[in-house]
Design a protein around this ligand. Structure first.
Ligand code: F3S
Length: 395
């Protein structure tokens, strides 16, 4: 691999042992993939930080890295962890042994000692620290968390591969990643278009559409979606479920994506509304459930505010998940208090999927295809339903 003088010096240890080791791994992985050079990154987002998911091996890796003196070279945000730091046991939904809580906190301490921002969210693009960076389309970043990666490439015009948690960490320390995959314009050129003949305005419909598109897309390059998805929530749910199965890192969305319009499309296929609706119907709840879950990926402040006005007081547990930053803003506006009065639970910096929720044996209905997919995989009895139908279930 071609290395600049500066990169050679880093490898020689001129900027410290830890940075040299981090760069060495990035170079090795890049060489294995056939990358010709490295590319500097402007931001990193680290996933795989929930102790529930990464266990002892993950804790050791992150702690060892911090103990070796590693520091992040670029602003770095962090994905959700296994519980809300204010309630280790959110009433009836997350329950932890003291030792697991301590281990999660050790992971956070290690990340923060290297310079990570305490974001604890899978939607880093809503965070102030990220918005203040004023990144430009075409800038390269190293993000883990598939939903955020697909959003970054498809909507923000940032360039990132779907990095595993450890590689995003090491790339952040090295300040670089391999110039490969989604960092190359050629790899971002769609060749197949999927046409839809209706305007998608519903989050759950958008999620199912994303799952069908990802399942069907086998050809090279990212798929292009020819049709409209309206609204922040539906767009985010669509992109999150595109990232669930397979290895897609981008969907080209005409009028939204910041990459150059493709000159030619080689193949066109259709996805019908009937297909989407019949899949959604198949996954719908057949009776009452224990928990209603909204907030995968984490909600924006605007979406949170809309829900506050729509949700009624209920016997069924309703859980919303957001980032700590969105929670703090919502609290300042009195929104969390309104939800407390309705006995709606709000957890920040975590979610049902990365927590120990699956162990409780409770059933769930959610509007998020991604949450549906992963909770199902963990053995939870889970159903998918449109937000409006979930809200009817609680009223
Ligand atoms: Fe985020 Fe958890 Fe969903 S990390 S994308 S809320 S599975």
């Amino acid at each position: 691999m071609y290395l600049t003088k500066e990169e050679e010096n880093i490898l020689k240890g001129e900027e410290g042992w830890a940075k040299a080791k981090a760069l060495e791994v990035v170079v090795r992985v890049g060489e294995a993939l056939g990358a010709e050079r490295l590319i500097e990154i402007k931001h990193a987002h680290v996933s795989g930080v929930s102790y529930e998911n990464i266990g002892e091996a993950g804790l050791k890796f992150i702690e060892d890295l911090a103990l070796s003196g590693a520091k992040f070279s670029v602003p770095t945000s962090v994905n959700p962890i296994s519980f809300d730091l204010d309630y280790e046991g959110l009433p009836g939904l997350f329950k932890y042994r003291r030792e697991d809580v301590d281990k999660q906190i050790r992971i956070l301490r290690a990340l923060y000692s290297m310079g990570a921002k305490p974001t604890l969210t899978c939607a880093p693009y809503y965070e102030n620290h990220f918005l203040e960076l004023d990144l430009k389309p075409g800038d390269s970043v190293a993000w883990g968390e598939s939903s955020a990666v697909v959003y970054a490439n498809s909507v923000l015009g940032l360039k990132t591969n779907r990095e595993g948690g450890p590689i995003a960490l090491l790339a952040s320390v090295a300040g670089r990643t391999y110039y490969y995959g989604m960092h190359l314009d050629e790899e971002r050129r769609p060749r197949t278009a999927y046409e839809i003949d209706w305007i998608v305005r519903d989050e759950t419909e958008a999620g199912v559409l994303g799952a069908l598109l990802a399942e069907r897309h086998q050809s090279e390059g990212p798929p292009l979606l020819s049709g409209r998805i309206e609204g922040e929530g539906p767009l985010r749910e669509f992109l999150a479920s595109v990232g669930v199965e397979g290895d897609l890192a981008m969907v080209y969305l005409p009028g939204v994506s910041r990459d150059k319009e493709p000159e030619a499309i080689e193949k066109r296929e259709e996805i019908s509304r009937e297909e989407v609706n019949s899949m959604l119907e198949e996954l719908s709840p057949t009776g009452p459930v224990d928990v209603i879950y909204i907030g995968c990926p984490h909600l924006s402040l605007t979406e949170f505010e809309k829900l506050v006005h729509k949700i009624e007081k209920t016997e069924t547990k309703v859980l919303l998940t957001v980032s700590p930053e969105v929670y703090a803003s919502a609290k300042m506006r009195g929104l969390t208090e309104k939800l407390e009065r309705k006995e709606v639970l709000v957890a920040k910096g975590t979610c049902l999927v990365v927590s120990s929720f699956w162990r409780l044996g409770l059933s769930v209905a959610t509007n998020s295809y991604k949450a549906y997919f992963y909770l199902k995989r963990k053995g939870v009895r889970v159903y998918l339903a449109r937000t409006q139908d979930l809200l009817k279930m609680v009223s």
